[in-house]
Design a protein around this ligand. Structure first.
Ligand code: ADP
Length: 162
């Protein structure tokens, strides 16, 4: 199974995302991390910032490529001739949403199958939303995301205080 797409908002990328990308890179010949350019999503970071942080965080892994994409992931599958879509499953709470998305993607493109991977147990309750909330309230997020991303996150909240 040569190419897998790993789509997400990555707002910002966390150690949980990295864990999933690494696992996928050990299974598939090539993993394309797709940073969603979705203006409706109201992200903290711009698409360029998210793309840069993902690239910086995954640059050591030779069979990972990082792209931005605007549009349906089901179409992206054909464009990049991918075999599967990778999604991370943490707790049961992810299941309903991910289940709906997986079926919707296959409805849109019969080739768009989803493969779910589980992160290492310490990342089970880690999400970008939680990290943003902790950082905004002045909490410590060290160890939950790469240092370069942590720096950008702290800068972002510093800027917003000015
Ligand atoms: P989206 O807006 O598409 O859900 P996210 O960046 O929040 O984008 O998540 C992208 C994918 O990464 C999703 O499949 C999500 O479940 C997974 N993911 C996010 N955080 C973790 C984590 N800590 N462990 C495992 N998977 C995760």
């Amino acid at each position: 199974m040569p190419v897998a797409l790993y789509p997400g908002s990555f707002d910002p990328i966390t150690n949980g995302h990295i864990d999933i990308a690494l696992r996928a890179s050990n299974i598939f010949l090539k993993v394309i991390v797709v940073v969603a350019d979705n203006p409706q999503k109201n992200c903290l970071f711009t698409i360029d910032e998210r793309l840069d942080m993902v690239q910086e965080s995954l640059k050591q892994i030779k069979n990972i490529e990082v792209i931005r994409f605007k549009g349906l992931i089901a179409e992206c599958v054909d464009k990049y001739e991918a075999s599967v879509i990778i999604r991370g499953l943490r707790a049961l709470s992810d299941f309903d949403y991910e289940f709906q998305m997986a079926f919707t993607n296959r409805e849109l493109n019969s080739r768009a199958d989803t493969v779910f991977l589980m992160p290492s147990v310490e990342y089970t309750y880690l999400s970008s939303t939680m990290i943003r909330q902790i950082a905004q309230l002045g909490g410590e997020v060290r160890g939950l995301l790469p240092d370069c991303v942590r720096k950008k996150l702290l800068e972002k909240y510093e800027q917003s205080k000015k």
